[in-house]
Design a protein around this ligand. Structure first.
Ligand SMILES: [Zn+2]
Ligand SMILES: [Zn+2]
Length: 304
């Protein structure tokens, strides 16, 4: 989940990206198995119907959605599904980062890699601790969501997060929207904010690589001003940068294209669809990911 995705949806009137044609690639999306609102199979069909042919489910800390659709035969014919993940990594050094986090996407991990699954289990445990503490804190400040949360019943493979909390706050009448919940209550510095635990960025990168995946830095708008940090992450194995992102305007995208080219990072892109801003087709229509982004990633995964 990106701050940019919450607070601002770029459109043509404010320098937003105008897709020259419907994107055939989306390498960033979330389902009910983490903090999205659509079931994995439903999201896949919505993406396919919108014209997407190379797709990645990048649920936080779980490959459960990928396993759901591949084992049940729910991947539409003609759609290439890449195993994906997003790990929200905690940065312990004070680098002035938003929420003190860097979000690391991974593509092409072996879905049956035991060490990777063990790392994800630990991440999900950290999420459950943070989730419970947040519910507790909200109760303490007079904004209980216990009844709403009791209805969720997540499995061990699921990785619920703050958007889930935000929707519970809406259902309980404590917030007007997910954005409102983040801005006033559960975002960094808010009265209901609880710091996350878990992997740091270097560890997340290492875990993705060890499982055969390609690690990519997600929605990092500040990239042009943080070249040194990017080089450090590259030293640790970072291989890509999310250049095409629904909430980036055209100028930001152009700058990130240059950064990726200069540093030799593979460019990726996607909608970061969660479901709070409307149907998938609407997010897709506001996004542009060039088709060669899909072909290059698939080629890179082929020649591992
Ligand atoms: Zn994110
Ligand atoms: Zn995301």
């Amino acid at each position: 989940m990106a701050r940019t995705g919450r607070r601002h949806v770029a459109g043509p009137s404010d320098g937003g990206v105008v897709p020259p044609e419907p994107s055939t690639v989306d390498l960033h999306a979330h389902t009910t198995r983490s903090d999205g609102v659509l079931e994995p199979a439903t999201l896949l069909h919505a993406a396919h119907a919108a014209g997407v042919r190379t797709f990645a489910l990048t649920d936080h800390d779980t490959l459960a959605g990928y396993r759901d659709v591949t084992t049940s035969g729910a991947v539409p014919a003609g759609l290439t599904l890449v195993p994906g993940i997003e790990i929200n990594a905690l940065v312990t050094r004070d680098l002035g980062l938003w929420e003190g986090e860097l979000h690391i996407l991974g593509f092409g991990m072996h879905p049956d890699d035991d060490a990777f699954e063990a790392a994800l289990i630990q991440q999900r445990d950290e999420r459950r601790v943070r989730f419970a503490r947040t519910v507790e804190r909200l109760r303490e400040i007079g904004l209980p969501i216990d009844a709403q949360v009791a209805e969720l019943e997540p499995s061990d493979d699921d990785a619920l997060g703050r958007p889930t909390i935000a929707r519970a706050l809406m259902a309980a009448g404590h917030a007007a929207s997910v954005e409102d919940a983040f801005t006033r209550l559960i975002g960094h510095g808010g009265p209901g904010y609880v710091r996350r635990g878990g992997l740091g960025p270097e560890d997340a990168i290492a875990a993705i690589i060890a499982a055969g995946g390609i690690p990519v830095l997600a929605h990092f708008r500040e990239a042009p001003e943080r070249i040194e940090l990017l080089r450090e992450l590259q030293e640790a194995g970072l291989a890509g940068l999310e250049v095409y992102y629904r909430a980036f305007d055209a100028a930001t995208t152009a700058e990130l294209e240059v950064v990726a080219r200069t540093l030799g990072l593979i460019a990726t892109g996607g909608t970061d669809y969660h479901g709070d801003l409307g149907p998938y087709a609407a997010s897709h229509a506001q996004s542009w990911v060039p088709p060669e982004v899909g072909t290059r990633l698939l080629a890179r995964l082929e020649c591992r």
